[in-house]
Design a protein around this ligand. Structure first.
Ligand SMILES: [Zn+2]
Length: 224
């Protein structure tokens, strides 16, 4: 969807072109000329095609990086009545006029509503220790434990998953884990892709949505 790049303005496009040209010259240098500074524009003709690929999301058709705001009930089982969904979407659109895609998702079973790359730590429900994830440290035991737990979610309902905590060794329910940044468990989700606003909804905006949907809500900010 090239329009997403255009929608974000030409500046991003130009910046991306410059960065790609610079990486081509200094790092990749497929023609082997980067020791000659006066030909530093050697790769300037390459980037338009590459930025287009980046904007189109490459062969998978996905954007390089997307930001989502997900709004879910605080009670995992709650699915607000269908008649309320449309009004909730309309209101959400007014909160994020630059948002790209607004969706209501309803799941047959309770799902883990994840924060993607925003995950920094898990808080143990038994001993309250904060388990920091060192994503860039090879063999980090907390990251390894988390990956194993994430894999357990493939084909098993999250409500049935338990895990032995790496901090205190106690066995807890996956559903009882807390996360930083926040994540949650839900059967209902309202979301907006690339809201183009760094902040989440204000408390009063959230209350307005709660009044429409008839349940308490919380927010999960995800990045992929
Ligand atoms: Zn613990």
């Amino acid at each position: 969807m090239a329009s997403q790049c255009i929608g974000n303005g030409m500046r991003r496009d130009e910046r991306l072109r410059y960065v790609i040209s610079d990486i081509l010259f200094r790092e990749w240098d497929p023609v082997g000329v980067n020791d000659i500074e006066r030909v530093s524009d050697e790769y300037d003709s390459y980037p338009p095609g590459l930025t287009r690929v980046a904007c189109d999301g490459g062969p998978t058709g996905r954007n390089m990086s997307d930001d989502y705001l997900k709004i879910i009930p605080t009670s995992a089982e709650c699915v607000p009545p269908k008649r309320t969904h449309r009004s909730a979407l309309v209101l959400l659109r007014t909160f994020f006029p630059e948002g790209e895609d607004f969706q209501v998702e309803i799941y047959d079973e309770i799902e883990f509503i994840d924060q993607g790359e925003n995950i920094e730590a898990v808080i143990c429900p038994a001993c309250k220790q904060r388990l920091e994830m060192e994503h860039f440290t090879e063999g980090d035991p907390i990251v390894a434990w988390w990956y194993e737990l994430s894999e357990a979610m493939d084909g098993t309902a999250v409500t049935a998953i338990t895990t032995r905590m790496p901090c205190c060794g106690r066995v807890v329910r996956m559903m009882d884990l807390e996360f930083d940044w926040p994540a949650g468990f839900a059967r209902f989700e309202l979301n907006v892709m690339n809201p183009n606003v760094a902040e989440n909804l204000t408390e009063s905006q959230l209350r307005e949505l709660e009044q429409i949907l008839g349940c308490r809500l919380r927010q999960v900010r995800a990045h992929y």
